[in-house]
Design a protein around this ligand. Sequence first.
Ligand code: BGC
Length: 391
Amino acid sequence: MTNPVSFPDGFLWGTATAAHQIEGGNTNNDWWKFEHTEGSGTAESSGDACDSWNRWKEDQDLVASFGLGAYRFSIEWSRIEPAEDEFSVVALDHYRAQLAYAHSLGIKPVVTFHHFTTPQWLANRGGWEAPDAPERFAKFVGRAAEHLGDLIAMACTINEPNVVAFIGYRIGFFPPGGVADKARYEVVAEAFCRAHRLAVAALRKAPGDFPIGMTLSMADWQVAPGGESKLEQLRSHMEDRYLAATEGDDFIGVQCYTRHVVGPDGVIEPEPDARRTLMGYEFYPECTGATVRRAAEVTGLPVYLTENGIGTERDEERIEYLDRAIRSAHGTLADGVDLRGYFCWSLLDNFEWVFGYRPTFGLVEVDRTTFKRTPKPSAAFFGGVATANAI
Ligand code: BGC
C-alpha cells in the first residue's frame, strides 16, 4: 500500500488537448497535407477528429464536471491566419468565446500558440526553414494575443519544438517528411529557439498579464554502464539547447511519457518482454520525477507538468500510470522544486499524429461516428485527485 500524498494549496490540476488533434477539418496546414500524401506513413486522416470545433463547450463542461481547475488547448494558426497576413476575426472570436466560457466555469484557460501544425502558406515556402519563419510566427502570436490576451490565464508559445524539429526534419516521420538531414535539423532547431524568444516578446506587449513559457518534450535519461558521455551528448542535443532558450520566461512546461536508457552506443531498446504502451515505448510513469527535477535545475524556473499520460486500451492501466506518475512528481516537492501544476494528456481520445486514432490517451472516449463523449473511470480517478488536491 502506498502512502497518501497531498499537494500545496493552489496546485493547478488540468487536462490538455491540441487543435489539430480534436477540432477536425483543419485542412489548411502542413499536417493535413502530410496525412494525404502517399507514403507519408500516416495511418489515417485526422478528418473530423473529435469535432471539437463545434463541440468545444461540451469538452469544457466535461473538464469542469471532473473538478479540474485548468484546460490547456491550442489555437490553430492556419485558421487564424489562413493566408499570409490575412487574419480571420471569425476564428479569433471563436477562440475568444472558448476563453470566456472557460472563465465562466471557473477553469483557467492555458493557451498554446503552436502545437505541431504550421499553415500551408508558410509550409509552401519552406516551413521552419524559411528564414523569416520565426518573425512570421511572432506576428501571428502578437495579433492573436491582441485579440485574446485579456482572457488568457497562461501562455505556452511552442509545443515541443524539439519533437517538431527532430522528428520532422531529422528523421522525416512528421512533416515535411522524407528528409534525414542534420544540417536542416540544425537550422530548424535554431529557428524554433528564436521563434520562442520573439513570441515571448510579442506576448509581453499584449493585453493581459499571464505567465509565459515553452513546453518541452523531456525523458528520464538513465545511464547504463559506460554510457555517461553518450547520454550527455544525446540529452543536450534533444533538451538543453531548448532549455537554454527559456531564459527570462515565467515557467517551463515539462512533457514526459517514458525513459531512455543509454549505453556507450546510444539508446538501448527495452527488453522484448518489457511492459510497453500502445505507442511502443516502455511503460515508465516514474519519468515525471526526474524530468521535473532536471527542468528546474537547468532553468531555475517554476515548473508545470504540461503533459503526461498514457496511450492504452485498458483504462485501469491509465489509472495505475497516473497514480504512479503523480506520486513521482510529488517527490520533487520535498526537494524544494517549485512544481506548480499537472496536466493530464489528454481530455479526449484523439488524433495521435502518424498513428491515427489507435493510441487512446483520453480520460474520455469519443465515438468515431457520433462524436458522443463518454468519460472513463480514469476521469473520475483524476478528478478525485484534483478535488482532494491529494492521492
Ligand atoms: C504531444 C501530443 C501527443 C502526445 C502523446 C506529445 O508529444 O504534444 O500532441 O498527442 O505527446 O503522444
